[in-house]
Design a protein around this ligand. Structure first.
Ligand SMILES: Cc1cc2nc3c(=O)[nH]c(=O)nc-3n(C[C@H](O)[C@H](O)[C@H](O)COP(=O)(O)O)c2cc1C
Ligand code: SF4
Length: 423
């Protein structure tokens, strides 16, 4: 681990995932020279210890849920033995404002692969599927090249020997649909079908790909695993601030001076992220709002600037950390237009299985466009409010809930703007 001194001030921030030793692209020889592969060599000695260190680390699922990783891994211990156990590395990353996994895949593919292999040893998985957004060409190429180098390597042989059967590493480009990132949709695509989400239970850990127990974790989640093995769960936990554990890649975008991906202690404040690392708002304008976690949650506003960006603290503010994406909106930017844009994204992304989601997101999008272009009426606004009451919980997956959360919180914070935009 190293640290990065901010150019804006003297704040030191830990660098784990984005340490220069990891940012070597697909160059396996260089990565190994800097210590790559050592975590795997250690994990084969005692795979059960990996699980325990991950439990101590309080590593959470960084694909949006914040679910404790060790608990998900525990759920994949099958009641009845099955021929295979799968680990899916979820790199579908397709929601507006989230661009951290593609950075890891492109610049640190071996770190991602080693983390996944160590996780596979810990849960006894013999098939790993690297499931990646097909439209992110450079990350996909880096992963393809890195995986080619793992094939036939001593590292893969070591892992297979420890597992007692061949460990298969497979690259599976996704469908190009946002909804394909939902875990059951990902499994459907990997099995060869359309990425339709399905109801749960059974959970993937109980009955996943071809009925086999399947663990699905996000790219960033798994990238942390080899570091936890090398330095210990307690070390990882100590990197966070307050209730947070470890480091987090925050995707910062919108009206800020320096947008980008920042690796910071989990629990860094929103204020520090925007004003220290992001350099503040464009043209020094005041902050108006922040769309968090991808735009599928409640908005944060200036009163929330000191919230710690960890799962619990953001939840306590009625929002959600999600993927750690923060889309910043400054005074002078219209909220109605932004919400209308995101609603178009949700309507376009609905897979259409649940009538309420298909028609609900399409209707919300149509009405918001009408209001945004100055043609909306009070009746349109009332219909939108009714949909915010009727739609939550009506879909098989979280997409429709996310769309409603966004709209409902925009109404609560910026109702006047919606009223002023009416015909
Ligand atoms: C509509 C939708 C899209 C999603 N897209 C992604 C994605 O692109 N990548 C991801 O890791 N998780 C995504 N998720 C969350 C996954 O369902 C799942 O919770 C996650 O991959 C589990 O990994 P984690 O426990 O490491 O976070 C999405 C969920 C929903 C409802
Ligand atoms: S809620 Fe929407 S996106 Fe999710 S399964 Fe139903 S129709 Fe598809």
């Amino acid at each position: 681990m190293g640290s990065l001194k901010s150019e804006m001030n003297n704040i030191e921030t830990p660098l784990v995932l984005l340490h220069p030793d990891q940012r070597v692209g697909a160059d396996m020889a260089r990565w190994r020279k800097a210590g790559g592969g050592e975590a795997l060599a250690r994990a084969v000695q005692d795979p059960a210890a990996v699980h325990e260190e991950v439990r101590i680390s309080d590593l959470r699922g960084l694909g949006g849920s914040g679910f404790p990783v060790w608990r998900k891994w525990e759920m994949a211990a099958p009641v009845l033995p099955k021929p295979d156990k799968y680990l899916v590395v979820n790199g579908n990353e397709d929601e507006p404002g989230t661009f951290k996994d593609r950075l890891l895949l492109e610049e640190t593919p071996h770190q991602v692969i080693e983390g996944a292999v160590v996780a596979a040893l810990a849960i006894g998985a013999n098939r790993i599927v690297f499931y990646i957004n097909p439209d992110i060409k450079r990350p996909l190429a880096a992963m393809r090249s890195a995986l080619d180098q793992w094939e036939g390597s001593d590292l893969l042989a070591l892992a297979s020997a420890a597992l007692g059967k061949p460990l298969e590493l497979k690259l599976c480009p996704g469908s190009g649909h946002y909804i394909g990132g939902e875990e059951t949709a990902a499994m459907a695509w990997i099995e060869g079908g359309f990425p339709f989400p399905r109801g749960k239970p059974p959970y993937p850990a109980q009955a996943g790909i071809y009925g086999n127990p399947t663990v699905i974790n996000n790219v960033e989640t798994l990238a942390h695993v080899s570091h936890i093995v090398m330095r210990g769960g307690a070390w990882f936990k100590s990197l966070g601030k307050g209730a947070g554990s470890g480091t987090k890649l925050y995707s910062l975008s919108g009206d800020v001076l320096h947008p980008g991906v920042f690796e910071l202690p989990m629990g860094t404040s929103l204020r520090e992220l925007i004003f220290v690392h992001g350099g503040g708002l464009l043209s020094g304008k005041p902050l108006k709002a922040v769309f968090t976690g991808g735009p599928s949650s409640n908005l944060l506003t200036p009163v929330d600037l000191d919230v710690a960006l960890d799962f619990e603290s953001v939840r306590a503010r009625g929002s959600s950390l999600g993927t750690g994406a923060m889309i910043v909106v400054s005074e002078g930017t219209g909220i109605v237009k932004r919400v209308a844009e995101y609603m178009r994204f949700f309507a376009h992304s609905s897979c259409g299985q649940c009538p309420s989601c298909k028609t609900g997101t399409a209707t919300m999008s149509r009405l918001l466009d009408r209001i945004d272009t100055g043609h909306g009426t009070t009746a349109d606004l009332n219909t939108l409010k009714n949909l915010c009451i009727m739609l939550p919980g009506s879909g098989r997956c979280h997409l429709v809930n996310g769309a409603v959360l966004l709209l409902d919180s925009a109404f609560r914070h910026f109702h006047e703007e919606f009223k002023q935009a009416l015909h």
